[in-house]
Design a protein around this ligand. Structure first.
Ligand code: NG6
Ligand code: CA
Length: 507
């Protein structure tokens, strides 16, 4: 065989391999991102005090990752990274946003939805947004732009920020849904607007007491972060929120279309305020927080049901994960701490939401694609930030230059064809640590999490920390001093990644 025929045969083999990794026709894609669900919060990850039959079925008939991560330990930075494929700490202003913040993803840049649009998909975003809207001063009574549409979503029905932040209204395709023009909305994070009572002035009117912050405008008996007035007919009812957004997600899935679809379904559950619908109240063995998990499981079940009913399950890749780890008391007195009843929201992990320890960002991560992904468990290290490159690759398209600078194509790990994931991942809260192989490093200078009054106490020492996660998943024994070489290696790698515009060239 001459050199050219050897080369030609090699090329043929390579093509065969790539073709095998690709589906015959690009699948529909649904990314379900839950809020504040911890590593131990689902039955399929070991929980017994809550029942999550739908999520367990998604995991049992799909691939359950044991080392899946959000890019950060809070919401906005995680979502920024998910949609852009870029580490959030590379950009200023990607911390937890107020409800009147401007859009932090520049229109025109490559995003997960814009890449899928280019690949021929119809795209939608339903649920929690929390990435800012507009250019700085929003008139909530007019079309709000830029927003989801300008970064690649054909359809959107969003909670602008969080359930505990004003404005407490849904925005559908840039317009406040159900707004009466004679009752205009005003929103402020600086001073009180209008005459609505506030949690600070009228605590007697609250149906749920506060433990921290959240003492501004009262909407639906619950006071929020931020003030608002007007828009009475458009205000949401927290108890109906899961029903409302799940219905929008289902409607998008069942719409007749020629194209494949991409749905980013970001649930509000189980973020505060936790006020599940009455049909879930009292159903779990760990109080309101557990009931909210049951509601989340119901929402996921509705999505699975419509896929099955429309015979779409075999051609739809469903990914489920959470934007950060668990928190109990996050500002409202909903009994989450006292009702825990032995439930372990972060499983065996240390820390939770706001924390640099594993509990902050190692979260449930499930990929399900009936008939294509073999059921099983994967220990590949994977981050939600990798979905941009991985999903793009599943559509058979090449990633354009500069797209997703920190997003690795892990499509073979995601579909269970390979056990190999990332070799490194920078962990993030307000500052950073790093994971490399079995090792985890947190610099002595790091706070290790949010400190002031937050659920995560952060670090208790100012020394460098090193853990071997295979021996010590709970990060209980700092072995930095015994392993100065390894500590230095991780520190150097982290500094290198922090100093470069992309982490992709690094081994
Ligand atoms: C915090 C809020 C918390 C929650 C969080 C954002 C207080 C005291 N705490 O500042 O309740 O809203 O921000 O959560 O105000 S996240 O999941 O959207 O990141
Ligand atoms: Ca969150």
């Amino acid at each position: 065989m001459g050199i050219f025929s050897v080369f030609g045969f090699g090329l043929f083999l390579a093509q065969l391999v790539t073709q095998q990794a690709l589906p015959k026709s690009p699948p529909n894609i649904i990314v379900i991102l839950a809020d504040d669900i911890g590593y131990g919060d689902l039955g399929c990850y070991g929980a017994t005090r809550v029942k999550t039959p739908n999520l367990d079925r998604l995991a049992n008939t799909g691939l359950r990752f044991t080392d899946g991560h959000s890019a950060s330990s809070t919401c906005t930075p995680t979502r920024y990274a998910l949609l852009t494929g870029q580490y959030p700490w590379r950009k200023q202003g990607t911390g937890i946003l107020p409800g009147d913040a401007p859009l932090i993803i520049e229109p025109g840049r490559h995003t997960m939805p814009s890449l899928l649009q280019n690949a021929g998909y119809e795209t939608a975003c339903v649920g929690k947004w929390h990435l800012g809207l507009g250019n700085g001063s929003i008139d909530w009574n007019k079309t709000i732009t830029p927003g989801p549409k300008e970064i690649g979503f054909d359809y959107s029905f969003i909670i602008p920020a969080t359930g505990d932040r004003t404005p407490c209204v849904y925005v559908e395709n840039g317009k406040v849904a159900g707004l009466d023009p004679n009752d205009p909305i005003e929103v402020s994070y600086k001073q009180k607007v209008g005459n609505d009572p506030t949690g600070r002035e009228n605590p007697d009117l609250l149906k749920m007491k506060l433990t921290q912050g959240h003492d501004m405008t009262i909407v639906n008996g619950i006071s929020r972060i931020g003030y608002m007035s007007g828009g009475k007919s458009a205000r949401w009812i927290d108890e109906d929120m899961a029903d409302t957004i799940t219905q929008k997600a289902v409607q998008f899935i069942e719409k007749k279309r020629e194209k494949p679809f991409f749905l980013y379904f970001a649930t509000h559950d189980i973020h505060v305020p936790r006020v599940p619908h009455k049909r879930f109240v009292g159903t779990s063995e760990c109080g309101t927080r557990g009931d909210a998990i049951h509601q989340l499981d119901w929402s996921v079940g509705e999505v699975m049901k419509i896929l099955e009913a429309k015979d779409l399950a075999k051609n739809t890749l469903v990914i489920f994960s959470s934007d950060n780890g668990p928190v109990l008391d996050d500002g409202y007195a909903d009994g989450a701490v006292k009702d825990l009843n032995g439930h372990k929201p972060a499983g065996a992990l240390r820390g939770g939401k706001y924390s640099l320890y594993e509990g902050g960002h190692r979260v449930p991560f499930i990929a399900n694609w009936q008939g294509t992904i073999q059921p099983g468990v994967s220990s590949a290290l994977i981050c939600q930030m990798d979905l941009l490159a991985s999903l793009n690759s599943l559509t058979g398209h090449k990633l354009p230059e500069g797209a997703g600078p920190d997003s690795f194509d892990l499509s073979t790990a995601l579909t269970g064809k390979s056990a190999k994931g990332r070799t490194h991942l920078v962990s993030h809260t307000r500052d950073t640590g790093i994971r490399m192989g079995d090792w985890k490093y947190i610099p002595g200078t790091s706070l290790g999490g949010f400190k002031k009054g937050k659920a995560s106490k952060g670090k208790d020492s100012t020394k460098d920390e090193l853990y071997n996660l295979v021996d010590d998943l709970g990060e209980s024994k700092n072995i930095a001093e015994e392993n100065p070489g390894k500590t230095r290696e991780l520190k150097n790698l982290m500094e290198k990644i922090l100093s470069k515009p992309s982490s992709k060239e690094l081994p």
